[in-house]
Design a protein around this ligand. Structure first.
Ligand SMILES: Cc1ncc(COP(=O)(O)O)c(C=O)c1O
Length: 388
């Protein structure tokens, strides 16, 4: 069978580098800083010359990520935030202007507003729902637009093709954080995005036990800039973490299907609860970006938010204390269900997100438990919340 005729899940499993003549299914994990050479010619002629450049497991993870995202070039990073920073800093320099979508992951927004500013680069937020209207914000020195779809915490879907069309007309680069889409639910490079980023820490690793980041592109010119920035900053991914990310990728398709089914089941159930004012999940018919999601995504996962109706004094504390399956934790993409209150970290520019919330905003990650049990857990929480 021709490789490019195979389904994404098949291709993701058959990225093994059999060219190496290896007999094991998985690559060796070389824990190495020093790489040894027989002679001076080797020392200065071969690559990699040093463990920081990555060894076998890194090359295999790069190949798998390239396959997943339809990229020709992949650069790994120590975590997702580092991958976002690397992608951005590869395309902007002092005196430039960058636009970033208002609902990107908070620490990425902080990188734009604090670190880029210190480097003489102006970073400006834009409304994730502005589509092609973004062109009105372009300046002579605008060099890049950073997107994340759906947005963190509030789950807006950007009209990425419209933004890409407006930006590319002006030679402005587009970057998209595809951690939610994980490469299987969304293919930004196929939509014309220049650089795609993923936090492997989430669904790729899938077990909440390792970090990783990846930057992918189809442009060799852009890759040269990304690789140079990565070398200059000494960006690297620990071999054990690279191994765990690669291992996670092999079951990504199956896990995502389970997260999607459970996520939708829980989202529908929550939408019918009297305690819930709104469910922020682009896969739900009637949600504001449902049509864009249907057009540009092939599915959803276990991550979405809810807005509660106003809660009585101390209600939220009682709600969290009554939960035994949902844990409070700042991550997602693992096998376990998590929940966080988001109000303390909801930083949105005025007017971008119509903040007419009835009550607190909570983000849920639906893990691989039975949804029957997860519903019982939340039901116990809701009961405690209502208690005076
Ligand atoms: C959308 C998104 N991008 C990037 C990151 C950063 O990933 P990491 O924790 O690996 O730095 C996160 C982490 O939650 C995220 O949610």
């Amino acid at each position: 069978m021709k490789k490019d005729e195979a389904a994404p899940e098949t291709r993701l499993i058959h990225t093994r580098a059999d060219r190496l003549g290896r007999v094991t299914v998985n690559p060796p994990v070389e824990r190495a800083s020093t790489v040894l050479f027989r002679d001076e010619a080797g020392l200065y002629g071969a690559k990699p010359t040093y463990g920081r450049m990555g060894l076998t497991v890194h090359r295999e993870l790069e190949a798998a990520m390239g396959e997943l995202e339809g990229a020709t070039h992949t650069r790994l990073a120590g975590n997702g935030l580092q991958a976002c920073a690397l992608a951005i800093a590869s395309v902007v320099s002092s005196g430039d202007h960058l636009l970033f979508s208002d609902s990107i992951y908070g620490p990425t927004a902080r990188f734009c507003e604090r670190r880029l500013k210190a480097m003489g680069i102006e970073a400006e937020r834009f409304d994730p729902r502005s589509g092609g209207e973004i062109a009105t914000l372009f300046r002579a020195n605008t060099k890049a637009v950073f997107l994340e779809a759906p947005g963190s915490l509030t789950f807006e879907i950007t009209d990425t093709p419209a933004i890409v069309a407006a930006a590319s007309q002006r030679g402005i680069r587009t970057i998209l954080d595809n951690t939610w889409g994980a490469g299987l639910l969304h293919q930004p490079l196929a939509l014309g995005v220049d650089i795609c980023v993923q936090a492997l820490t989430k669904y790729a690793v899938g077990h909440a036990d390792a970090f990783g980041g990846a930057v992918m592109t189809r442009s060799s010119g852009l890759y040269t800039r990304i690789a140079a920035a990565s070398e200059d900053w000494g960006i690297t991914l620990a071999p054990d973490d690279a191994y765990l990310a690669l291992r996670g990728l092999r079951s990504l398709h199956t896990r995502l299907k389970a997260h999607e089914a459970a996520g939708l089941d829980m989202a529908h159930w929550l939408a019918a609860r009297p305690e819930v004012a709104d469910v922020l999940h682009p896969g739900l018919p009637g949600s504001p970006d449902h049509e864009l999601w249907q057009r540009d995504f092939t599915g959803s996962n276990g991550l979405f938010s809810i807005i509660l109706n106003p809660v009585p004094e101390g209600g939220l504390e009682r709600f969290f204390a009554a939960l035994s399956l949902f844990s409070l934790g700042f991550s997602w993409g693992g096998f376990e269900s998590l929940i966080i209150p988001c109000d303390q970290q909801l930083e949105r520019m005025k007017g971008s997100w119509t903040d007419t919330r009835a009550g607190p905003l909570l983000r849920l990650h639906i893990g691989l438990e039975a949804t029957r049990d997860l519903k019982a857990d939340l039901e116990a929480g809701f009961k405690a919340l209502a208690k005076a």
